[in-house]
Design a protein around this ligand. Structure first.
Ligand SMILES: NC(=O)c1ccc[n+]([C@@H]2O[C@H](COP(=O)([O-])OP(=O)(O)OC[C@H]3O[C@@H](n4cnc5c(N)ncnc54)[C@H](OP(=O)(O)O)[C@@H]3O)[C@@H](O)[C@H]2O)c1
Length: 285
């Protein structure tokens, strides 16, 4: 059995493939081709977002893949700027229309703050308003699971205390070089599955000599080691690539990293994202 066939079960009983395809920076007109190629390789979990501007293309790829809709798991994210109930309801409808795949498997609040104020103020009321819209979409069967992204403990506590549904997922930055163990454990304790985004550090870890040496010891590439690392942490791994050969390589991760090497990778501190540090998620906040 390939890793592509392995799943986790969310707290509401919905199953989610352990390995997915990230689609940030895949343009709308290229997204259908990338999604079809990934599904052809065997991927069953596709991650997009309103902010990526490619939901239409992702939906086209899903519809044209030749694989039955119910065998695929498609996630999208409510734009981080939406902290208002009516706007959230409208945006959920827009995602459903753009994707045009009947229902969404998982929909997340993209970030606890609008990007321009990332890790700034608390938007507790706004997040609860957005959450209520997601809860209603869940109840209505428009989405099968709901969650959050980039939420820290205090952001999660707000939802846990005042929301009706415990988030099924928290999608956060996790890669060898940046392992937020405390937050991962906190989520685990609340029954919230963690999804690791940027498992290859947005490409910045590819030429890291320490990681390269560990990968060589297993006879695998750096992306394979990094993807395997996030899977062994118990997270969903969402590597992005538009390259079908990379899709294939990234799915060949059925090897075992030793406990010792897991410890080394967990302790690694590599958070220099170079020119990408301009993105809020890599700003170190
Ligand atoms: N929730 C959030 O706020 C958030 C934030 C960031 C990301 N995400 C999600 O997580 C996904 C992944 O994160 P990411 O896009 O930042 O980066 P990533 O997956 O960590 O790294 C992607 C980079 O690695 C390269 N790559 C992938 N496989 C490779 C291989 N086998 N060999 C060589 N290079 C390879 C890709 O280039 P090629 O395309 O050329 O292969 C690309 O440059 C995103 O697409 C998105 O779905 C979510």
């Amino acid at each position: 059995m390939s890793v592509l066939d392995e799943t986790y079960t969310l707290s509401n009983g919905v199953t989610i493939p352990r390995l997915g395809l990230g689609t940030w920076f895949i343009d709308d007109d290229k997204a259908a081709g990338a999604v079809k190629a990934a599904i052809g390789v065997g991927y069953r979990n596709i991650d997009t977002a309103q902010a990526y501007g490619n939901e239409r293309g992702v939906g086209e790829g899903v519809r044209g893949s030749g694989v039955p809709r119910e065998e695929l798991f498609v996630s999208t994210k409510l734009a981080a700027e939406i902290k208002d109930y009516d706007q959230a309801v409208a945006a959920i409808e827009e995602s459903l229309a753009l994707l045009d795949i009947g229902y969404i498997d998982l929909m997340l609040i993209h970030a606890p703050q609008p990007w321009e104020d990332f890790r700034g103020g608390d938007y507790f009321e706004g997040n609860l308003a957005a959450w209520r819209a997601l809860e209603e979409a869940l109840e209505a069967g428009k989405v099968r699971a709901i969650g959050v992204s980039n939420f820290l403990e205090r952001d999660l506590e707000n939802i846990l205390e005042h929301g009706a549904v415990v988030p099924h997922v928290n999608q956060i930055l996790v890669h060898a070089g940046n392992t937020p163990s405390g937050l991962i454990d906190y989520c685990g304790g609340k029954g919230i599955l963690v999804e690791a985004y940027s498992p290859i550090a947005h490409g910045k870890i590819l030429d890291n000599p320490r990681v390269g040496a560990i990968a060589a010891g297993y006879g695998v590439s750096v992306p394979q080691l990094c993807i395997r690392y996030t899977l062994q942490l118990g997270t969903v791994s969402l590597p992005k690539t538009a390259n079908p050969e990379h899709m294939r390589v990234n799915s060949r991760v059925d090897f075992e990293i030793s406990a010792g090497d897991m410890g080394v990778l967990r302790d690694l501190d590599e958070r220099d994202y170079g020119e990408h540090s301009a993105f809020p998620v890599y700003s170190g906040k």
